[in-house]
Design a protein around this ligand. Structure first.
Ligand code: GSH
Length: 203
C-alpha cells in the first residue's frame, strides 16, 4: 500500500485513523503548494486532483477519505473504528454522513471561498460571496449536532470511531483558519479536545 499524503485535514484524518489501528503507512508526499496534486501524474491517481489517495498492493487507487478509511477497516478490523456489527457500523456511518453534509463540506467550502480564496483561485471555481453563508450554515448545523451529543463521551457513546476523528480533525483545522467551534457547543467542543489529546492526532 502507498499513501499519497499532503498538508491539510483530509490526509490527516486518514493518518489519524491509520495510527489508531497501528498501521504504518508507506507515504509519498504530494506538494499542494506547488500544485503537484493537479499535475498529470497525480490526476492519474485521483481525477479530482486532491489528496489523499491510497494505492493498494494490487495497484488500485482509492480516493475520498471515508472510502479509504472503510478499506483500512476491512483490511485491519482491530480495533474497530467504524464498527464490529451492522448496527455499530450503521451508527458510525450515520454520524459521518451528518458531519460530511452539515459540518465538513460547508466549513471547507467556506474556507476555500474565504480565507483560502487566493490559494484556490485557478484550481477550483471560487465564489467569495458564498463564504459567509456557508460558514453560518455550518455553525447552525453544529448547534443541532451538539444538541444530540449531551452526556456522550464520543459520537457513538463510549465507542471511539471515525466520526470522532473527522470531527476532531476538521474542527481543529477550522479553528486555525478563522472558524472556531462555537463555545456554546460544549459537547462538540469537548469531543474535539478529546480527539486532539490522543497520541494519534500528531500522525
Ligand atoms: N473529498 C475529498 C477531499 C480531498 C481534499 O479536499 N483534499 C485537499 C487537501 S486537505 C486538497 O487536495 N486540496 C488541494 C486542492 O484541492 O487543490 C476526500 O474525501 O478525500
Amino acid at each position: 500500500m502507498k499513501f499519497y499524503n499532503s498538508i491539510g485535514p483530509n490526509p490527516q484524518a486518514v493518518r489519524v485513523f491509520a495510527a489508531e489501528k497501528g498501521i504504518k503507512l508507506d507515504t509519498v508526499e504530494v506538494d499542494l503548494l506547488k500544485a503537484a496534486n493537479r499535475d498529470a501524474e497525480h490526476l492519474a491517481r485521483n481525477p479530482a486532483g486532491q489528496t489523499p489517495s491510497l494505492e493498494t498492493d494490487g495497484g488500485q487507487f482509492i480516493n475520498e477519505i471515508t472510502a479509504i478509511c472503510e478499506y483500512l477497516e476491512e483490511k485491519f478490523p482491530n480495533p474497530a473504528l467504524i464498527g464490529s456489527t451492522p448496527e455499530e457500523r450503521a451508527e458510525t456511518r450515520m454520524w459521518v454522513r451528518r458531519l460530511d453534509e452539515n459540518v465538513i463540506a460547508p466549513r471547507l467550502t467556506g474556507f476555500r471561498y474565504g480565507e483560502g480564496a487566493k490559494f484556490f483561485a485557478g484550481r477550483i471555481p471560487v465564489f467569495p460571496e458564498a463564504a459567509a453563508p456557508l460558514k453560518a450554515l455550518a455553525k447552525d448545523r453544529e448547534g443541532w449536532i451538539n444538541g444530540m451529543l449531551a452526556g456522550r463521551t464520543w459520537f457513538c457513546g463510549e465507542r471511539f470511531t471515525l466520526a470522532d476523528i473527522m470531527a476532531g480533525v476538521f474542527l481543529a483545522f477550522g479553528a486555525g483558519v478563522g472558524q472556531p467551534v462555537d463555545p456554546a457547543n460544549t459537547a462538540l467542543a469537548a469531543i474535539v479536545d478529546r480527539v486532539k489529546a490522543r497520541a494519534s492526532f500528531a500522525a
